[in-house]
Write a protein that binds this ligand. Structure first.
Ligand SMILES: [Zn+2]
Length: 154
């Protein structure tokens, strides 16, 4: 977690990693309690934090009301939106978890035939169509071989 904070003394804006007790302004060298600083933006990764910081700087440069709390709230929302995209979590029903259901069907079933894999997939809430598509894609990608109607993971 990174926070973009603003120095109340010199208006400098910098990025702080995690939540330290104190942080020192890189411009005027004043030591601030992290809790007491205004958080202009928060981000999960440094890149997003840098982006947020340059947006804040650009806003100020443009002579906008940089301290307007509403614009900061908007910025926070932008970062929230960006944060919801990364692939850290794999919700059920996503392509990745569907594929892992198909893979475990092939691994588990003996013999792993297409009807068996498809019904295993259906039992695990993967639609029949999707299961067939994934199976076909795995074969095409060379992750799975098919011989005499039996599938095997490579
Ligand atoms: Zn300062």
């Amino acid at each position: 977690m990174y926070s973009v904070v603003g120095c109340p003394d010199c208006e400098s804006v910098w990025i702080v990693e995690s939540e330290p007790a104190t942080t020192t302004c890189p411009r005027c060298g004043t030591r601030h309690r992290f809790d007491g600083l205004r958080k202009l933006a928060r981000a999960d990764d440094k890149l997003a934090a840098r982006e947020a910081r340059s947006m804040i700087m650009a806003d100020r440069m443009a002579g906008e009301e940089g301290a307007d709390p509403d614009s900061f709230a908007e910025m926070d929302r932008d970062i929230e939106n960006r944060r919801s995209r990364p692939p850290s979590a794999t919700p059920t029903g996503s392509p990745t978890s569907r594929e892992s259901v198909v893979r475990s069907a092939i691994r588990t079933l003996e013999p792993a035939t297409e009807p068996g894999i498809v019904s295993f997939a259906i039992d695990h809430e993967v639609p029949e169509e999707a299961a067939r598509d994934i199976l076909e894609r795995l074969v095409r990608a060379g992750d799975v071989t098919e011989s005499e109607g039996q599938y095997r993971l490579l």
